[in-house]
Design a protein around this ligand. Structure first.
Ligand code: HSE
Length: 305
């Protein structure tokens, strides 16, 4: 095989209480990444979008992730990468992870699947570090594994695939910029034990709710008393979106990743669409441009296109 095209999905990380340890792959939106083998060494990058991302492979997330894989191989040739990003960088729905995960899965196909999924996550992590300055796999792992995953330990990449009942995910992306590095810097370095108890009870409740298809328990557990109170101040309309969506019947929701996107989970499509209307109304009234998506869970993650 000399070339391959993959679609690499957006991902929802944290899922409220699961900061840095829970993530879910979405059906839409997704990037399209094409990788072509070439005789001459080196990596070239072409973008088919207007995001003005770097084409120098050492400064590009996909370039860095691919190079991390090549460094493990005795490979003397090169690659051309063609990327059409549909997930806006800085949106909070795993744009950098989609680039990093998509390229390593594509390259693994060309290298006849010689690497495990965990090895792919570790190569892709080099791209994620370039993007956010920190090692977290809660977007990368679901992008590569598909579905809902728990990263029990990031250092050893102890990644556990979980199940979810059918879910609809409504996303609104207000077009403001929040850098992940900044959204991490403002978080408390220490938390009171009392808060930790509430947070880990909610994580356990959320995981149990997913595994038992207990929608009510999922809803009760979608709470974040540690990160959300700090980050939500950066997102205009946050409280109103949340209140109106809960009134419309969603199970719950909050900040998607490090924001500014917000997400809501629903049991059925009608409620997910009602939440989308509420989101649209809030940001139209605030005069802030936005984009919305209603998606289901992607069970496969990155897929050959
Ligand atoms: N878990 C990360 C954060 C996701 O919330 O900072 C950002 O990509």
């Amino acid at each position: 095989m000399q070339s391959i095209k993959v679609k690499s999905p957006a991902t929802l990380s944290n899922l409220c209480c699961g900061f840095d340890i829970l993530g879910m792959a979405l059906e839409i939106p997704f990037d399209i990444i094409e990788l072509k083998w070439r005789e001459e060494p080196g990596i070239s990058i072409t973008h088919l979008d207007d995001f003005n991302l770097p084409t120098d492979p050492e400064k590009n997330i996909a370039g860095v992730a691919l190079q991390a894989m090549i460094d493990q191989l005795d490979y003397k040739h090169g690659f051309d990468i063609i990327i059409e990003k549909k997930i806006k960088p800085g949106s909070g729905i795993g744009s950098s992870a989609a680039s990093a995960a998509g390229i390593v899965v594509a390259a693994n196909h060309l290298f006849e699947n010689r690497f495990t999924k965990n090895e792919l996550v570790s190569f892709a992590m080099e791209g994620e570090v370039l993007a956010s300055g920190s090692r977290h796999a809660d977007n990368l792992a679901p992008c590569i594994y598909g579905g809902l995953v728990l990263i029990r330990d990031t250092a050893t990449l102890d990644i556990i695939e979980l199940k979810t009942p059918p879910l609809y995910i409504t996303i609104v992306h207000p077009q403001i910029e929040i850098k992940t590095s900044y959204a991490r810097k403002i978080l408390p370095k220490e938390i009171p034990l009392k808060s930790a108890v509430v947070q880990w009870a909610n994580v356990a409740g959320l995981v149990t709710g997913f595994l038992h298809s207990d929608y009510k328990l999922i809803g009760r557990s979608l709470q974040d008393i540690i990160v959300e109170p700090v980050r939500s101040k950066l997102i205009p309309g946050f409280d109103l979106v949340k209140k109106n969506c809960l009134d419309a019947g969603v199970l719950g929701g909050g900040i998607s990743g490090s924001g500014p996107s917000l997400f809501m989970l629903s049991e059925n499509e009608a409620v997910a669409k009602a939440a989308e209307s509420e989101m649209k109304a809030v940001y139209s009234n605030l005069g802030i441009d936005f984009k919305t998506y209603v998606s289901t869970v992607s069970t496969n993650g990155v897929e050959v296109f």
